[in-house]
Design a protein around this ligand. Structure first.
Ligand SMILES: [Zn+2]
Length: 510
């Protein structure tokens, strides 16, 4: 089983400066390698003559960046004695049908080539010798991952700047003893050992990450003897809960309960605080030390928000999973929901009309703040960890479908209230959606639950709907107290009560 543990590091001044320098050097190496690949690609694109060093085979310019005259080093793995290099070309008795490598192509990938040129880099720029060699290699593998993502349809790799290049990874050589960690070429470093690494686990890889309040280390550990989490087989599911995510209420569950959304970054207080801090930053002189300090203050606030959100979501995920054997979410495409509105033109004047984007900005911000996908991932993880099952269903019409008569109509829903226009069934709209989500999953797997449905079948009049009960379990307060009783108030209440008792005593005596 694989697991990831994160700790905060306590480097001394020397180590902190060293890590800062490493990040700068690794960033430049990363950017150089990226530029190298881009240039190679264009060179081949223009010349068209590539990949014919040995096999004379054509390769796609997108997948192969090595050109005959490429400056990026030897494109073949030289572990075969038959290979003989003359100049830049490999000449050997060799044809495509008779591969000497038992079918495996001995080609190096772009990443491999760049890794083998690292010694050249160290010779030309000796200060790179300060960096651990596995860190340098992993840095190039990071670029490989970026290219892999690109070929899978994500965006093209970016050149990195100081703000988006903040981590480096060790592949080996790291040791942990008590509250000290040994990082090669940085030495022993103390860290806050908030939870010990369990026995039997070995360290797979270690990533050091810079955040606005210091350095963190995330350790990937593995124990092959411990089996991975196995989800509950579908036949053993006895209870199920459907979850509908939203903005007013973070999660509405099919059992009628709802989870509050604290809106960590979009609530009034936090927005005001952020606004003030960002304004302070904007008014500082560019490239000044004070600007750096102000930027750090903004960064720390962002980090605080993200910490709060993560903490809350773990708690919510645990509470949801505790409710049933099967947890069902809807498969929302959040990025599509956050898309910009299409521009509107006036056909006569050709001018842009108001398309509602300025209003949507606020909605998009709330969607990002709610971080539904993060919650879904956490719930999935918690469900797997506690031996339960997690499923997703398509989200179409979950909020417009009547669970009683299966009538689908957008007029069924009026903001928070659901009232079927055919059969008159009424419920809270979000809880109703959650119920539909649950039912959709049950239909998909053809499960019949042994327990009774949570929602009572009774028709309510629209205005007399009962308020859904709030989750008040555990640590999370889903309802913040409206007023806190201060000491002065308490003494006032005590005085008032004593007066009352004095007043009542003579009556009783009489
Ligand atoms: Zn109906």
């Amino acid at each position: 089983m694989l697991a990831g543990y994160v700790y905060k590091l306590r480097p001394d001044d020397e180590q902190a400066t060293k890590m800062d320098n490493w990040l700068d050097m690794l960033r430049s190496s990363y950017n150089w390698c990226l530029n190298d690949r881009i240039e190679q690609y264009y060179q081949q694109y223009i010349c068209g003559d590539y990949c014919d060093l040995r096999t004379k085979a054509e390769a796609c310019a997108l997948t192969c960046f090595v050109s005959k005259n490429g400056a990026s080093g030897e494109p073949w793995k030289l572990d075969n004695s038959e290979v003989e290099i003359i100049g830049e070309c490999c000449l050997l008795p060799y044809d495509l049908n008779n591969l000497p490598y038992s079918g495996k192509t001995p080609r190096r990938s772009a990443g491999d080539i760049q890794i083998t040129t690292l010694p050249v880099l160290k010779k030309a720029r000796p200060w790179f010798k300060d960096i651990d060699s596995t860190v340098l290699q992993q840095n190039i593998k990071r670029l490989d991952t970026a290219y892999k993502n690109f070929f899978e349809g994500k965006g093209f790799a970016n050149f990195k700047n100081k703000s988006n290049f903040r981590s480096f990874t060790y592949a080996s050589g790291v040791r942990v003893e008590g509250n000290k960690i040994y990082l090669p070429k940085l030495g022993w470093m103390r860290f806050y050992n908030s939870r010990p690494i369990p026995d039997g686990f070995t360290i797979k890889s270690v990533t050091v990450r810079k955040k606005s309040n210091g350095y963190y280390v995330s350790i990937r550990i593995e124990d092959k003897s411990v089996p991975d989490y196995i989800p509950l087989p579908i036949e053993q599911v006895n209870t199920a809960v459907g979850c509908d995510v939203g903005i007013k209420k973070l999660v509405s569950l099919s059992d009628g309960s709802q989870v509050k959304n604290p809106k960590f970054s979009t609530n009034k207080k936090m927005r005001r605080r952020m606004k003030i801090r960002q304004r302070r930053l904007a008014r500082k002189k560019k490239r000044s030390k004070n600007r750096k300090k102000a930027a750090n203050v903004v960064g720390r606030l962002h980090q605080k928000i993200s910490n709060q959100r993560t903490d809350y979501q773990w708690k919510v995920a645990h509470q949801i999973v505790n409710k049933a054997d099967l947890v069902v979410f809807e498969d929302l495409k959040v990025s599509n929901m956050k898309k910009r509105c299409k521009p509107k033109f006036d056909s006569d004047t050709g001018k842009y009309l108001n398309n509602g984007q300025s209003r949507k900005v606020g909605l998009n911000r709330s969607i990002s703040d709610a971080a539904w996908f993060e919650l879904r991932l956490k719930t999935e993880y918690v469900a797997a960890k506690s031996g339960k099952r997690f499923e997703v269903v398509p989200p179409h019409h979950t909020s417009q479908l009547c669970p009683e008569c299966h009538h689908v109509d957008s007029s069924n829903r009026d903001e928070e209230k659901f009232l079927c226009s055919v059969c008159g069934y009424a419920a809270d709209a979000d809880n109703n959606a959650a119920r539909n989500i649950k039912q959709r999953c049950l239909d998909k797997f053809n499960i019949k639950l042994t327990l009774k449905p949570h929602i009572k079948k009774e028709k309510a009049v629209r205005r007399d709907l009962p308020e859904p009960e709030q989750l008040t379990l555990g640590l999370i307060l889903f309802e913040t107290p409206t007023c806190e009783v201060t000491r002065v108030q308490r003494s006032y209440v005590r005085a008032r009560n004593s007066k009352r008792s004095q007043r009542t005593e003579p009556l009783e005596a009489a």
